[in-house]
Design a protein around this ligand. Structure first.
Ligand code: AMP
Length: 117
């Protein structure tokens, strides 16, 4: 499966992004339209999984890697104690627009309630 999504292009450095985190499996970069003072996206570099609904049991480890990357970034940037939110949108009703799974990290202010239509 080829990853011709926007985020596939960011992984291959075909389009620019403000990369703030990288390890062997995960890339973290600033969201282009931030919904909070801190808004970073964490994505798998080596697995192409369009939506959470496509995640196979033997790929479940990557979700932990995304969460750990976000937590490490939050500690490194000094806002872990104040707190943060992580979100993954799956398909239309959640507003997913890029079909390469990604974890949103939102922080930097008191966040509002969410989840209502
Ligand atoms: P989602 O709506 O959950 O699929 O999230 C996709 C996110 O990608 C949105 O928050 C967009 O603002 C963000 N986004 C779209 N294009 C870019 C880009 N070129 N660089 C960084 N973030 C982007």
């Amino acid at each position: 499966m080829t990853n011709d999504t926007l985020f596939g292009k960011i992984i291959r450095r075909e389009i620019p992004a403000t990369v703030v985190y990288e390890d062997d499996e995960v890339l973290g970069f600033k969201d282009i339209a931030p919904q909070a003072p801190v808004h970073v996206l964490f994505i798998p570099k080596n697995l192409y999984i369009p939506t959470l609904d496509d995640l196979k049991p033997d790929q479940a480890w990557i979700i932990g890697k995304l969460v750990l990357a976000a937590a490490e970034y939050a500690r490194g940037e000094g806002f872990a104690q104040d707190g943060y939110r992580v979100v993954m949108n799956c398909r239309e009703h959640a507003g997913q627009t890029v079909f390469h799974i990604h974890l949103h990290l939102l922080a930097g202010a008191q966040l509002g309630h969410f989840g209502t239509p």
